[in-house]
Structure formats: C-alpha cells, structure tokens
Design a protein around this ligand. Structure first.
Ligand code: HEM
Length: 491
C-alpha cells in the first residue's frame, strides 16, 4: 500500500505537469511555501534543498529508483549535508521533511499527538475516504481495536492456519504441473484468497473471482499516472473501485437481510455488528472502505515478501539447506498421526523467522511512510513546520551501514540472539499505525516456506532479470519460473 501510493502520487505529479499549467502553479505555490515560513522558522529548517522548480527532488528520486540504485537518493543528502537524519526537500508536490535514521523515524512514528497520516489525495480516493488513511484518531483507535485482534491474535491465527495450509498445499501441487508460471502473480493470488477468506469467508467462488479480477485493475491504477481520462490506468482503477464498491455493497445487503442474531463469522459480520459507546453502528460506506483497504493491504506486500524469501533462499544454498533442515526436524518431531501444522510448530521455526526478517530488511517492501505535521515540531534542533509532509525512510534505516553492519549482505544469522534496538527495524512501521497484519503475514510466509522447502525447488527462467523498485521491488518478469517437485530427503 505504502509504495504503491508513492508511485501514484509521483506519477500524478508528472501527469499533472504534462496536463496543464494550472498544476504547475499549484506546485510552484507549494515550492514557495518555504519562503512563507518567515525568517525565524526558516532558519530552523533542517539542511537540504528544494530541488528544481516545480518538480523539486522528484527527478533525483526517480533517477535513483529507476536506475536500480534506490539508496543513492538519500545517500546524496547524507553526502552533501552530513548525517543529520533529517532533511528538507520538495516531493510529490509538497514541501517535505525526510527522516532517515532510527532516532528521527521512531520519534515521529510514536507521536500521534503532532502527526497524522499524510497520504496523497489520489491514493485516498482509490482506497476510500473512510479508510484508516483519513478517519479521526478516535475512530481509528476504535476500528483498529475491532479489526486487528481478529486478524493477529493467537486464537485467530490458529483458526486461519488450516485454511492457509490447505491453500498452500493445493497450490504448490498445482504449480508443479503447470510448467512456466509468473511466480509473483500466482503467489499474490494465494495471499488474496487468504485475506478474502478472513474478511468474506462465505463469499461464493464467483464473488471471489470477480473481486480478484477487479482488484488487479485497482492495483494497476495505484501504480499509474493519476490522470482521470479514459484509456489511462488511473481512470480504470477508479472504475474498478466503483465495481468493488458495487460487489461489496451487494454482499453487505445480503448480510444485512440475514438473521441479525447469527454469530459473527468473519470480519464483515464483525464490522456490521460493532457499535460505538453511543450505540452508533458503521454505515455501508464506512464498512466498504475498511474492507477495500484491508483486502488491498492484506495481499500485496505478503505476496511480494513470500516471493523474495523464496528467491533469496534459492540464491543462497547454505541458508536454503539450513532452513530446510529446520523444517525436516519439525516434521520428524510430529507424531505420525499428526500431519497438520499447529501454531506451536510454526513458533519453532526460529531460523525461518530470521530468514523472513532478513528478507524484510533487505527488500524493503514498504520503503517509506507518509505523515503530516499538525503543529510545528522540533526534532534534533530542527523544525518540522505545521502542515508540511513528513516521509519516514524505513528503507534507509534498514540499509544504513551504521545501523546494520554489512548492510548489503543477506545474512539471516545477523539476527542470532539479538533483539533489534528500538527504531532500527521497521518493516511493519510502528506506534498506533503498526501494521495490523504483521503476524498474519509472517504466518502465511512461514507455512508457504515450510511446504516449499520440504518438497519443491524453484528454477527461474531469467535469473539475471533486472529489478524494478517502484512501487514494490520485483523482478521485471514477475519471476518467471518453474516449480519442481523433489523427493523427500531420506531419513
Ligand atoms: C509482509 C507483509 C506486510 C508488510 C511489509 C506491511 C507493511 C506495513 C507498513 C510498513 C505499514 C505502516 C504504514 C505507516 O506507517 O503508515 C502497514 C500498515 C497497514 N497494513 Fe500492512 N504490511 C504487510 C501485510 C499486511 C497484511 C497481511 C494486512 C492485513 C491483514 C495488512 C494491513 C495493513 C493495514 C490495514 C495498515 C494500516 C494500519 C493503520 O493505519 O492503522 N498489512 N503495513
């Protein structure tokens, strides 16, 4: 969700610039906001530069990410202005403060008093005006409480485990007979089925298929130029959103017409029945926007991280072997009658857990998060002016050699016996906006890798395929590969 928004906005800036002069005036107005701060506040701004007129630092951002050297973008600030951990810039049409160290990111991520989400308008339109990106702090807290525990709690995860396991086993078996597949596309389908099961358990296959199809268009639009003209992907995405709303509305109407006293079965039921302390229930628009947000956030990142974990293990035979041995050991310790995984067994996958953490660190699926300052705030002696956007560069925290030694090296053992210091490992963000699907995502990836390591190998067709970094890092060919079934290791 995070990275998709970056591209949407970025493309929007470019698109608007191409479309007309009016947009340039708006952007120029943003660029001159620095001047409007007044002498005293301006002197307190962190070092940095506002880049080129109109496009600000977007050119250098784009060049870094498109040339395959994403870290050179922040690297340039550090080289020029020193390691202050806080810089000023002009990005996505707004004057922006960029935070790049554990200390500065942690300070903002934990501070709900002075910061609110600062997502681009175009993203908010696609995800929904009643999603977590826009609602009030109180409403957010209440709906987080309602939705996070049923996804991430121990009991919930135990319930979903069976569905995840069945889906993974059947899918791997199917892939092994399919020949060439786009591994990324297929694994995203798997994570989509899982999140659908949690939110709309009783949806018919036809509803599921319709949603899957429409979601591809929505996602595609999140990565496209924000131009609402027929023929453009953003236009198609807005239409996809309309279709999603219509499909979810019909499911909602059906649910509302059923026996209200029936126990809640899935998240949609839970959202229908919840009341606030004044007895107010959520209306249809609120329920649908929360569903659209969760269904989107709940499958994109997990799908990508599952692919990268598999690829990185395949690229490092010694780690592959160690991870496989751990899974074999877990199987050996299971009674013969006990064929299904339990959460206890998943919790024993300690090496695999480090492999996943290390993948999250080096791959950086959510490389930046957005906030907006609601008042002037001082950090490290510098000012973040009220109304300015703030970017939390999680990627830089993970790829900073002063934070993670040999930062470029993929090495799961770096996590041996060490709990990361606060703020140094933020793949799921933090504070009140900590990803509510973090445990679920790790469970999905672990179950997939359990069955994959025991029974399969992946052979890429284009192992040297270049990586595209926006909106999420992925091989340009979506990881064309064959999945090969292998005989079990003799006891
Ligand atoms: C490996 C997979 C995942 C990664 C790397 C990831 C990463 C993140 C990050 C970094 C944030 C915080 C953004 C911010 O600070 O503004 C976030 C928020 C969020 N994630 Fe995830 N996520 C993953 C999987 C999931 C799953 C499986 C779900 C759904 C069950 C989910 C649902 C959400 C939602 C709803 C939010 C917004 C939370 C809020 O604003 O309160 N994510 N995610």
């Amino acid at each position: 969700m995070v990275a998709a928004a970056v591209v949407l906005l970025l493309a929007g800036v470019a698109g608007l610039a191409a479309v007309g002069g009016a947009a340039l005036v708006v952007m120029a107005h943003g660029w001159f906001q620095e001047r409007g701060l007044g002498e005293e506040r301006r002197r307190l701004l962190p070092p940095g530069d506002m880049g080129w007129p109109f496009i600000g630092n977007m050119w250098s951002f784009l060049r870094a990410f498109k040339s395959g050297r994403p870290d050179s973008f922040i690297g340039r600030f550090v080289k020029r202005y020193g390691r202050t951990g806080i810089y000023k810039g002009f990005m996505f049409g707004n004057p922006t403060i960029l935070l790049t160290t554990p200390e500065t990111c942690k300070q903002v991520v934990m501070d709900d008093e002075h910061f609110v989400p600062g997502w681009p308008k175009a993203t908010r339109k696609l995800v929904g005006e009643k999603s977590f990106l826009t609602i009030s702090r109180e409403e957010h807290r209440r709906l987080r409480r309602l939705t996070a525990a049923p996804i991430n709690g121990y009991e919930a995860l135990s319930t979903y485990l069976r569905f995840i396991e069945d889906t993974v086993v059947q899918t791997l078996d199917k892939w092994a007979g399919m020949g060439e597949i786009e591994f990324l596309t297929e694994i995203r389908r798997v994570t989509f089925r899982i999140i659908m099961h949690i939110f709309l358990s009783s949806a018919s296959d036809s509803v599921m298929e319709k949603l899957e199809k429409v979601y591809s268009d929505l996602n595609y639009g999140m990565r496209a130029m924000a131009i609402n003209i027929p023929g453009f992907a953003y236009h198609r995405a807005l239409k996809a959103r309309k279709k999603l709303v219509a499909i979810l509305q019909s499911v909602l109407d059906e649910r509302r017409s059923q026996d209200a006293s029936a126990a809640a079965k899935d998240m949609m039921d839970a959202l229908i029945s919840v009341e606030d302390d004044k007895g107010r229930k959520l209306n249809d628009e609120e329920i649908i926007d929360i569903m659209i947000m969760y269904l989107n956030a709940g499958h994109e990142s997990s799908g990508h991280v599952t692919m990268w974990t598999t690829l990185l293990l395949e690229q490092h035979p010694e780690f592959f072997q160690k991870a496989k041995e751990e899974q074999e050991e877990i199987r050996r310790n299971m009674a013969p009658s006990h064929t299904r995984l339990t959460l206890q067994e998943v919790r024993k996958m300690q090496y695999l857990s480090k492999v996943i953490d290390e993948t999250l660190r080096v791959v950086n699926i959510s490389f930046v998060a957005f906030r907006e300052a609601t008042t002037d705030v001082k950090i490290n002696g510098y000012i973040i002016p009220k109304g300015w956007r703030v970017q939390l560069w999680y990627r830089n925290v993970h790829m900073d050699p002063e934070v993670h030694r040999n930062h470029k090296e993929f090495n799961p053992s770096r996590w041996d016996g060490s709990v990361p210091k606060a703020g140094t490992f933020l793949p799921f963000g933090g504070g009140s906006r900590l990803c509510p699907g973090n445990e679920l995502a790790k469970l999905e990836i672990s179950v997939f890798l359990h069955y994959f390591l025991l029974n399969y190998r992946l052979k890429r067709l284009n192992p040297e395929c270049p990586i595209r970094y926006l909106p999420h890092p992925r091989p340009l060919d979506n990881c064309l590969a064959t999945i090969i079934k292998v005989p079990p290791t003799p006891a």
